[in-house]
Design a protein around this ligand. Structure first.
Ligand SMILES: Cc1cc2nc3c(=O)[nH]c(=O)nc-3n(C[C@H](O)[C@H](O)[C@H](O)COP(=O)(O)O)c2cc1C
Length: 337
């Protein structure tokens, strides 16, 4: 019997497969189905900073002005006592999920402004969250904001959150940092317990028919796992923090490669949205079969065994490999001659 357990943010998980933040965690029924399918923990969908801002505006409208005895206005205003904010709903959902699941539940905060909104993490902790994921989905396009300013934004949000919570905090990062390893070490010094690599940036497209920019969401492809494999393999030897891989895991192959590179957990979103919870069971079964065939006894034994510092040729992840690969490329026969 293979020991599939892993450590994630100080929590012992029965296996490394963790559904990441997505609409799948919005209903109790779907999280229960994910747990039944074998998920070792679950990350809830995010609570967005913007929801709080909208909330403040609503509260202003409904709570502060609701006692105005204006017949026309009070006609459509809810009763003060019945007013339930979106954070109340999020916390209530978290409490219900916690009450029914036996696996750890990670709540997710998503926003960009260091202005105290992450203090809500405390309420999530009190509602039972075993850990918190902080997703700073920031499109850094302002020419007056330097790379250091961007990093400072992440660090400030992390510091605000760590000030109020005692549960572990994992930072979900995009790949767009000029010196990722250095930045990850800054997050480690700032008290982060882990990093989740990488946030996918959804790309708008141009509609050539109507000449409009269109918002769209494409699910990931397995090729996207390659960027995660490289950076997890590089970082594994550099930081003791939890490393979570998110992006491009569609089958057991990507999951195994990420674990070999050094990931502590492998997140799943697109493949579960596409194929349903049974897909998680299949990935787990196929991972186990591969490990049996290779005579691995545990995930712990396999984890990080192919990280950069364990490679016979660490240049496979560096510039040297780029030059070798480009030099070995030959144009398609029959197309050029
Ligand atoms: C429909 C959808 C909704 C998502 N919602 C969130 C979210 O609320 N918060 C978050 O941090 N990530 C969110 N994500 C990102 C996923 O958690 C995950 O990091 C990303 O999709 C990459 O993993 P995948 O290749 O397995 O899809 C969402 C992804 C999808 C496809």
């Amino acid at each position: 019997m293979i020991d599939l357990s892993t450590q994630y943010l100080g929590l012992k998980l029965k296996n490394p497969l963790v559904p990441s933040s997505s609409p799948l965690s919005k209903t109790l029924d779907s999280v229960l189905r994910l747990e039944d399918a074998g998920a070792a923990a679950v990350v809830l969908h995010s609570f967005y900073e913007e929801e709080l801002i909208a909330e403040d505006a609503m509260a202003e409208r409904f709570l502060i002005h609701a006692d105005l005895n204006d017949g026309e206005a009070t006609g459509f205003m809810p009763d003060n006592g019945n007013y339930e904010s979106s954070i109340d709903r999020y916390l209530e959902h978290l409490r219900r999920v916690k009450a029914r699941l036996s696996i750890p539940v990670i709540a997710s905060l998503n926003g960009v402004t260091p202005s105290g909104w992450v203090d809500l993490g405390k309420e999530m902790e009190l509602a039972g969250a075993d850990a918190l994921e902080l997703n700073v989905y920031h499109v850094a396009a302002d020419p007056s904001e330097s790379g250091d300013d961007v990093e400072a934004r992440y660090l400030a949000l992390l510091a605000e959150l760590k000030r109020v919570v005692s549960v572990p905090v994992v930072m979900k990062l995009p790949p767009f940092f000029s010196s990722l390893t250095h930045f990850v070490k800054r997050l480690e010094a700032g008290g982060a317990d882990g990093v989740s690599l990488f946030n996918r940036f959804f790309q708008p497209d141009i509609d050539l028919e109507n000449l409009e920019m269109v918002e769209q969401l494409h699910l990931s492809t397995p090729e996207e796992a390659l960027l995660r494999i490289r950076w997890i393999a590089i970082l594994r030897g550099q930081t003791p923090m939890t490393l979570a891989a998110t992006g491009g895991v569609h089958g057991h192959e990507e999951a195994l490669k990420l674990l070999l590179a050094g990931a502590d957990v492998v997140h799943l979103a697109s493949c579960l949205l596409e194929h349903g919870p049974a897909h998680l069971t299949r990935i787990l079964r196929d991972m186990e079969a591969w490990m049996v065939e290779r005579e691995y006894e545990s995930v712990a034994q396999m984890k990080g065994s192919m990280c950069q510092s364990n490679l016979r040729d660490p240049s496979a992840l560096a510039r040297e490999s780029y030059i070798r690969v480009l030099d070995s490329f030959t144009p398609r026969p029959g197309v050029w001659r």
